[in-house]
Design a protein around this ligand. Structure first.
Ligand SMILES: [Zn+2]
Length: 408
């Protein structure tokens, strides 16, 4: 070795180079492990500290890197070399640890670049490219594994998500094709299945795609995911169970309102946000404001007069700029007995749903019925629901029309 001088043996150079090589590898594996984390609204946060094995791996990598550096430096200092046996022992220990965690390093590197079928999940768009039963697209995993009995009842096992439902009045509804009606334990599974699917709705004109949970550079970045599928917490909507499901209100209306509160109704602004090409984002009713969920249900200048008249009917003051949440909660003010408050809530949900139905008639059937003219039919509908569906809230017609909030 001419560069390093006569008295340095080739062996020592090889030894030192090998030791130095360990440093970048260890640092790389530490870096990969530490930076590989994912946080998304649907699946929660996963990072290295959640995994014990990874912690061990990090420590070993750090020790190896440090030890290699120390070993290289000291091997070039004469008087330390006398204690060669120390290095021999340490070499053995580190080598053993490296072998032990080599497997995990390999796995991490493999996962980081190739992924693992188990770590893939499907981001469902319109549901046309995803098998309902055979792919993993809900948190529960593959539905055919979780709901075996139902899977056996399915008449077409390869059905896509899109083939298992349809959008009715802007709300996604599941439709099943069983070989015979489910019974016994199958009914229990059906209940579980509905729970697992709760809140799901396909996104029109968005393609289904796979991506890897831990891959920060996946085609669907976390940021983009967040933007497209905003979770409840982020919009400050509290999903209070008590106000979420009301006996007096049909389930489909509950789901409708739940989606409305999450900003997930197919109003024009939301469609445009999802990259769907629509001619205008203006409200089809007033053609002035942008049609957001808030605008469509409470904010539109053609809808506000209706809410004002409802306010006069209930003797509740409703301002001109009010949000969906505020409208719903108006009945919960102090001094109002809970029966009246619940009636108010049922009525507002009913009215919002009917406003939505009316909006869809305008968009899809060119109908032109003024909201104010509809008030009576809304009063009738809400009365029907309150009386037929929840005995606790029942009220006679005269009270309903004069003092629904306080009347018993
Ligand atoms: Zn409008």
């Amino acid at each position: 070795m001419m560069i390093l001088g006569e008295n340095v043996s080739n062996l020592k150079v090889i030894d030192s180079s090998l030791r130095l090589m360990v440093i970048p590898i260890s640092v790389a594996s530490m870096w990969l492990t530490l930076t590989n984390q994912e946080d998304n609204p649907m699946y929660g946060k996963l990072e290295f500290s959640n995994i014990k094995g990874l912690k061990l791996l990090i420590s070993i990598s750090a020790i190896s890197a440090g030890y290699s550096l120390v070993a290289v430096i000291s091997s070039w200092i004469k008087n330390l070399m006398n204690k060669a046996w120390i290095f021999l022992v340490c070499d053995q220990v580190v080598a053993y640890m490296m072998v032990a965690c080599g497997g995990s390093i390999g796995e991490i590197v493999y996962l980081a670049y190739n992924g693992n079928p188990k770590s893939f999940w499907k981001l469902v768009g319109d549901g046309k490219g995803t098998s309902f039963w055979e792919e993993s697209w809900v948190e529960a995993g593959k539905l055919k594994d979780t709901f075996r009995r139902l899977f056996l009842l399915e008449s077409s096992r390869g059905a896509t998500i899109a083939e298992r439902g349809e959008i009715v009045d802007g709300v996604w509804r599941w439709s099943w094709k069983w070989r015979r009606e489910p019974r016994g334990r199958e009914l229990g599974e059906l209940e579980g299945l509905m729970k697992a699917l709760e809140g799901f709705s396909p996104k029109i004109n968005v393609e289904d795609r796979d991506f890897w949970k831990l891959d920060p550079k996946g085609e669907f970045s976390v940021k983009r995911l967040r933007k497209e599928f905003v979770g409840a917490g982020e919009r400050g909507v509290t999903l209070d169970r008590r106000t979420l499901w009301l006996k007096a209100i049909p389930k489909k209306v509950c789901i409708f309102l739940w989606r409305a509160r999450l900003g997930r109704l197919p109003v024009r602004v939301e469609l445009a946000k999802r990259g769907i090409d629509i001619p205008s984002v203006l409200c089809p009713r007033c053609e002035k404001g942008e049609e957001s969920v808030e605008h469509a249900l409470v904010g539109c200048e053609k809808v506000i007069p209706l809410w004002k008249r409802i306010g006069r009917w209930w003797k509740i003051n409703i301002g001109s700029s009010i949000t969906i949440e505020e409208v719903i909660n108006l009945g919960n003010q102090e001094g109002v007995n809970s029966k009246g408050g619940r009636r108010w809530m049922a009525m507002t949900w009913c009215v919002m749903y009917l406003i939505w139905v009316n909006r869809n008639k305008i968009v899809f059937q060119n109908s032109k019925v003024s909201m104010e003219e509809s008030l009576f039919s809304f009063q009738l509908k809400a009365f029907e629901w309150v009386n037929l569906r929840d005995i606790d809230l029942a009220v006679d017609w005269k009270t309903w029309m004069t003092d629904p909030l306080n009347g018993s």
